[in-house]
Write a protein of this length. Structure first.
Lengths: 338, 395, 307
């Protein structure tokens, strides 16, 4: 199954045993999936195969039922949020017991009881420490509940270096093209409300530099001169480009493109495909593509992963995948393999 | 609209006009704070003179007018604060009066015989704003994680509960009587703040509004302001651009609450009394109507809208009553209805009018009476697109 | 607390809860189908109580009707009129205030909803005035039977039975009929339902009709139970009923009914303990707590959090 085409490059993204359930429905089942650096990897599959679910988990929109997402070697799911609080959790139960023993002493209860409670507290402390080392699942859930660990949200995924576009364009319709890109740069900029209110040097510098950088991104995707148009007034193809410019402005390491050529005519599609190649080679970006158009997928991808009914059924170079009987069966139905 | 090339000017006159218009539209962008200061100074200077001229002088003495203007200023401030929440960040806050009440009671505790404290007015402005902000954060932090409409109902409940608490916790608030004898501010240069002398209040309010307006304009044109607008447009996409939507929304909510609290401090100092019935849902509703009518997201539009609506409700409806009362028109018949204009109390109908206005605005003119240039452009482009589609169909 | 008192208070709680439950159903149905908090819904309930008052006084009834047959007839007429009129009002509101904004930003219909709420209140106020108006209590409030020495009012039993009957009827309608299926499918996925041939506009209008008719029924019940009504009655009742809907799990009709009864118990409980003035604050605190700790409510399924 697995093509031997995996280059020995470091991985940008890796999922291990990723599973996502909605009630009884398993949308994604136990998928191991890798994206090597600098590659264009496509995720394909028939409708309802779980592509979008995968995509949403990777983009931080939904938590997986089980499994891991690693980005640049870091776990992105259930990552520590306020990790300094975790040791507090280790000592709190013991401290409570010791407080009880002190209270017992104050209340004039037999000394033995207080001494016993001190020992119990010690036991509790040891037990919690062992739990913290073993880390059973409920311990993780407890930490999530206390806000010590939390799942990465979409905005944190962006800050970590994952940019994305949407299947049905989701621009900020009533903002200009330039403002859309500036919002994309949100994580790059630092000026806060106080900077803005006082018009500090940081704010002024960032506004000037940010605007010129945003203009460069617009020019890069071919929207020079469209800066001040409202996003909703742009033609369809330009809206797709603007979405890509907005995603690029967050300076991602990995770019997630959700059906970026949907609804485009052949000539628009081919310029768009050329843009992907340009982005990869010039910006040294890794791209994950969900796409229906097989010509796009086969033309531009280094690796293709095929999902069907939530399971990975094939993986490899476009040619290998094209010839794989299970892929043909998934797309054309059972019994069609000659 | 904006991006399209402008046609060549036909003659020198038009060219000159265009140049003036360009300058007028560029100036506020280049020197916004200066424009606000000059504009507010001009308005503040001209209003006391305007009311001396007929027909306005017939409706009241100058001091009465100034007193009304200072009250109107409170609502202008409230509307500008709510505009951040509703207009910029797209969150519906229906309990805005609660923060107003919290600010007012904070001042009443800080400076009245009831508490025995006498903290000066000026620091209390900030204290009131801060206390209201804390309550805003406490209310917003749990609810802003949820969908937007939950915020609407939670704030509605909060706005309902706060006056009830002030009413029922009578040991601490003197219940329905409220706290009276709240101290009025003192400032050497501006003069004596008092019931007979509204001018200092009027000037102070104008200054507060000018400062608030400058700050809000600066926030709007910043990374934070863009983040608010992005959340308003598409929250999920905003999160996917790296914006922490919860803290950003919370910040909008807190800024709105603190503006309201500041207004409350001023209001308490001016009336010298606070009681629970001053802060009912109708206040929240009125301010919302002001924001919607003025044009959501448009700071000066909202300010003008609030001022006009306040004056209409405090002066216009009253004048309408006395006008029709004075005419002595006989009742006339509209089919089965008998209309007696002399007996209609127009004040009674103001909330019906607000209700109709809200629905009508949302259906017919969602960009408000004073739309910002951008919103107008949207509207016009939609009309253009419609026309273009029709042409296509006909072709 | 002895058994008799407990029984009496339970009946009281169930009676009040039945009213909240009937209103909550409308909130939850509308939210389920178009994801809108219909702020005007409480005022539809209030208007329903005024329609009842108007009908009964116009027919010339002042107080208790002794003749059981007449009583049954008048009651049937009152419910028929109030439910039809309020259902129609609901449909009109949806048609003119919400439908044009179905694809507008979420804020727009919420603002119109608040506007409609004020319009209804002020129309009622301008017709019947701002002070409380008495509603003829055609069922004898005092009439009761005894359970182990504790008097139980017939009126309470009537209200509880009626509310439960209406809820069961609603469940059967939604669960068993073609129109009910259309409503459920529209709630789950409007576009898909449309593709399958469901008339979306009719289905949403029907939802508003049923929800508002139930609020109208609650209005009749409120008039009979309290014997008076006021133009602001809808606001607080609406807030409590919405809390009930959230408590039960918004979008879930069984949950709304359950939530209504729970709110009834809380209100009666706080009155019994001498905190009548704080019952609103308690209910509101519950709303916040539920939203924070269990936003899906007691019976709610996991809602897709569409940010």
């Amino acid at each position: 199954m697995s093509g031997a085409s995996t280059p020995a490059r470091p991985l940008v993204l890796r999922t291990i045993g990723l599973t996502k359930q909605f009630g009884g429905l398993v949308a994604v089942r136990d998928v191991d999936f890798e994206i090597p650096e600098g590659a264009i990897v496509s995720l394909i599959g028939p409708n309802g195969a779980g592509k979008t679910t995968m995509f949403n988990v990777i983009a931080g929109l939904s938590d997986p039922t089980s499994g891991l997402v690693e980005f640049l070697g870091q776990r992105m799911i259930a990552r520590p949020e306020r990790s300094w609080l975790e040791p507090v959790v280790w000592v709190v139960p013991a401290v409570v017991v010791w407080a009880l023993s002190y209270a017992a002493w104050l209340a004039g209860l037999p000394l033995v009881l207080g001494q016993l409670l001190v020992l119990v507290g010690l036991g509790v402390l040891i037990a919690t420490l062992i739990t913290a080392v073993v880390r059973p699942p409920w311990y993780g859930l407890l930490l999530v509940r206390f806000g010590i660990f939390k799942s990465a949200r979409p905005n944190e995924m962006v800050l970590a270096g994952i940019g994305r576009t949407f299947q049905n364009i989701r621009l900020f319709a009533n903002m200009t093209a330039l403002e859309n890109v500036l919002v994309g740069m949100h994580g790059q900029l630092r000026a806060n409300g106080l900077d803005a209110a006082l018009r500090t040097a940081r704010h002024n510098r960032e506004e000037v530099q940010g605007r010129s950088e945003a203009r460069r991104w617009l020019a890069y995707v071919g929207l020079r001169g469209r800066e001040d148009e409202l996003a909703r007034n742009l033609p369809y193809g330009d809206q797709r480009r603007l979405e890509i410019a907005r995603a690029l402005a967050s300076r991602p390491r990995l770019l997630l493109l959700d059906e970026p050529t949907a609804g485009m005519n052949p000539s628009e599609t081919s310029t768009m495909t050329a843009l992907f190649g340009k982005i990869r080679s010039e910006l040294n970006l890794t791209i994950l593509l969900i796409e229906h158009d097989m010509r796009v997928v086969m033309g531009v991808s280094d690796r293709v992963t095929v999902l069907d009914h939530g399971e990975k059924i094939a993986e490899g170079s476009p040619d290998e995948v094209r010839r794989d009987p299970r892929v043909i069966e998934a797309y054309l139905g059972k019994g069609s393999v000659a | 609209m904006i991006g399209k090339a402008s046609p060549p000017a036909a003659n020198p006159l038009r060219r000159t006009l265009r140049a003036i218009r360009d300058l007028a539209s560029r100036l506020p962008q280049r020197h916004q704070s200066l424009t606000v200061i000059v504009g507010m100074a001009f308005v503040t200077a001209i209003l006391p003179l305007v009311v001396l001229a007929p027909p306005l002088n017939g409706f009241g003495r100058q001091n009465d007018w100034l007193d009304g203007f200072a009250n109107a200023g409170v609502f202008v401030l409230l509307a500008m604060g709510l505009n951040v929440v509703v207009g910029l960040a797209g969150l519906l806050d229906l309990g805005y009066a609660a923060f107003f009440a919290i600010g007012a009671y904070t001042y009443a505790y800080g400076a009245s015989p009831f508490s025995g404290l006498d903290v000066p007015f000026w620091p209390m402005l900030l204290v009131g704003a801060a206390v209201a902000m804390v309550f805003g954060l406490l209310l917003g932090a749990p609810t802003l994680r949820l969908r937007g409409d939950y915020l609407a109902i939670v704030t509605l409940g909060f706005g309902e509960i706060v006056p009830v608490v002030f009413l029922n916790a009578d040991t601490y608030t003197r219940g329905t009587n409220g706290i009276s004898g709240v101290y009025q501010p003192v400032l050497p240069i501006v003069g004596n703040f008092g019931f007979g002398n509204p001018m200092p209040y009027y000037l102070t309010m104008a200054a507060i509004i000018a400062v608030a307006m400058i700050l809000l304009y600066r926030l709007q044109d910043s990374r934070l302001g863009r983040a608010w607008m992005a959340i308003r447009e598409d929250e999920l996409a905003a999160a996917s651009m790296g914006i922490n939507t919860v803290t950003t929304k919370l910040l909008a909510f807190a800024i709105g609450a603190s503006t309201s609290g500041l207004g409350g401090v001023f209001y308490a100092s001016k009336l010298s009394v606070v009681s629970p019935d001053q802060f009912g849902f109708v206040i929240s509703f009125t301010v919302l109507a002001m924001v919607v009518l003025g044009g959501m997201g448009n700071i000066w539009g909202v300010a003008v809208g609030a001022f006009v609506i306040y004056e209409l409700q405090s002066q216009g409806l009253k004048q309408l009553n006395s006008f029709f009362g004075g005419l002595g028109l006989p009742p006339f018949h509209l089919g089965p209805l008998t209309v007696d204009l002399t007996s209609i109390n127009f004040l009674e109908y103001q909330f019906l009018l607000y209700g109709l206005a809200l629905v009508g605005m949302m259906l017919l003119r969602p960009e408000g009476l004073f739309p910002s240039r951008r919103r107008r452009a949207e509207l016009r482009d939609e009309a253009d697109a419609g026309a273009a589609n029709e042409e296509l169909v006909q072709a | 607390m002895d058994f008799g008192l407990l029984l009496q208070q339970t009946i009281n709680a169930l009676t009040i809860g039945a009213i909240y439950a009937l209103i909550a159903l409308g909130y939850t149905m509308v939210y389920g189908i178009i994801e809108l908090i219909n702020f005007a819904h409480g005022d539809v309930f209030m208007t329903g109580s005024f329609v009842t008052m108007w009908l009964l006084t116009t027919l010339g009834f002042q107080g208790t009707i002794k003749d059981p047959l007449t009583l049954a007839g008048v009651l049937a007429l009152a419910f028929l009129v109030a439910m039809t009129v309020m259902g129609a009002v609901g449909v009109i509101i949806e048609r003119f205030a919400y439908r044009p904004l179905r694809n507008a930003p979420r804020l727009a219909p919420l603002i119109t909803a608040i506007g409609v709420s004020f319009i209804l209140q002020n129309i009622v106020q301008s017709i019947w005035g701002p002070s409380p108006v008495s509603v003829p209590q055609i069922i004898d409030v005092q009439a009761s039977f005894r359970v182990g020495g504790t008097p139980i009012r017939f009126l309470s039993i009537f209200i509880i039975v009626l509310a439960i009957a209406l809820m069961v009827a609603l469940q059967l309608f939604v669960g068993r009929t073609r129109l009910g299926r259309a409503m459920r499918s529209t709630a789950i996925d409007r576009e898909a339902a449309q593709l399958m041939g469901v008339d979306i506009n009719t289905t949403i209008a029907l939802t508003f009709f049923i929800g508002s008719a139930l609020a109208g029924a609650a209005g009749v019940v409120q008039g009979l139970y309290l014997g008076n009504t006021v133009f602001t009655a809808g606001f607080q009742a609406g807030l409590k009923a919405f809390t009930a809907a959230v408590l039960g799990g918004i979008g879930n009709t069984t949950g709304a009914a359950l939530g209504g009864f729970v709110i009834g118990f809380i209100e009666v409980g706080s009155t019994y303990l001498g905190y009548t003035r704080w019952s609103e604050a308690v209910v509101f605190t519950i709303l916040i707590l539920v939203l924070v700790f269990r936003p899906t409510g007691l019976l709610g399924q996991q809602l897709a959090e569409r940010a």
